[in-house]
Design a protein around this ligand. Structure first.
Ligand code: SF4
Length: 325
């Protein structure tokens, strides 16, 4: 076993050396989502949530951006930086949530609610963004919805748990919520939370608003069944910030387990436990060191959005970025 581990470590070191060589040669920026595998997070110039990554991609002077995340994120980077080359190390790194709605389906919903303002979560394809009025992330969804006059109906796509959370938080009664979900977050049940609370009575709970338990959690919070001072509903970026400043020593984390690596790395004196060990996104784990090396070496695989779609999709993204400042 030891021999295998040392061989793996040698291979990892060799790949890291080659990746750094090609990164330098290409003048590339490597950015990685919080859910990426540790080896990729360690090599990235910047690790963050989808909003932070799209802002970083737009701000960089680097002509080549290697996006270690999933396809819709690389598309957003390409939309915001059409003159830059945006690469994704594996074109199959998709997203079940983004796949839950396409532009044809959204156009049907828009026909049904012709006066509604369309707010789409960034976990959507460029074509869906091009049909939207605003984009949002889990960090800014409440802010974006609050910026829309209260008398305007809102069509919120595609995540029903985030949509429900936003409707409850803003008190909006005129939100039409599309029934899409992420297969990783949707599997969380309220009993997962209450069971873990029994096992870890001193822990703080950090819950992503895409989780299947969010509406029940909000109900439990309002009724006092879950202590409000121990439960936070936060985006991944919010979790990172909260864990740094909270005096708590133990946290149960309800989102994709890849974030635990960064939380532990930045807060070695604190303990972080996954709410469910099976909250693993297979798409996020598709990016590996050999694929990252191939991407830099052979400039594969470029993500380019056709100009006509990119020009329309840029409008809701830029509206969101403006409101997020
Ligand atoms: S965790 Fe869910 S929302 Fe995030 S990339 Fe994976 S499938 Fe998509």
């Amino acid at each position: 076993m030891k021999k295998i581990n040392s061989e793996q470590e040698k291979e990892r070191q060799r790949l890291t050396k080659e990746i750094l060589y090609w990164k330098e040669k290409r003048g590339a920026l490597i950015i990685a989502h919080n859910y990426q595998i540790p080896a990729i997070q360690d090599l990235a110039d910047f690790v963050g949530d989808s909003l932070e990554l799209s802002q970083r991609a737009a701000a960089t002077d680097a002509r080549i951006i290697v996006f270690c995340g999933v396809h819709f994120m690389a598309e957003s980077a390409s939309i915001l930086s059409p003159k830059k080359t945006v690469l994704i190390p594996d074109l199959d790194a998709g997203c079940s949530l983004a796949a839950s709605i396409d532009a044809t389906e959204l156009r049907k919903w828009k026909k049904r609610y012709p006066d509604a303002v369309v707010v789409s979560y960034v976990n959507t394809s460029a074509e869906v963004k091009a049909e939207s009025d605003y984009c949002c992330t889990s960090t800014n969804a409440v802010k974006i919805v609050n910026s829309i006059p209260g008398n305007r109906q809102i069509l919120f796509v595609p995540d029903m748990f985030l949509g429900d959370y936003v409707a409850k938080t803003t008190g909006r009664k005129n939100m039409i919520i599309y029934p899409g979900e992420c297969h990783v977050h949707a599997r969380v049940r309220p009993s997962d939370i209450t069971d873990k609370m029994d096992q870890h009575p001193a822990a703080e709970f950090l819950i992503h608003p895409e989780c299947g338990c969010v509406s029940s959690c909000m109900h439990y919070l309002a009724s006092g069944d879950i202590p409000a001072n121990k439960t936070r509903i936060l985006s991944t970026g919010g979790m990172i910030k909260h864990a740094r400043k909270s005096p708590s020593k133990e946290f149960v984390v309800a989102t994709e387990t890849g974030i635990l690596y960064r939380l532990k790395k930045e807060n070695p004196q604190k303990s972080f436990i996954a709410l469910r060990d099976d909250m693993v996104c297979r798409f996020m784990k598709m990016i590996t060191l050999p694929k990252l090396l191939n991407s830099l070496k052979n400039l594969e695989f470029e993500v380019k959005v056709p100009k006509e779609i990119a020009d329309r999709a840029r409008i809701p993204i830029e509206r969101m970025l403006k409101l997020s400042k």
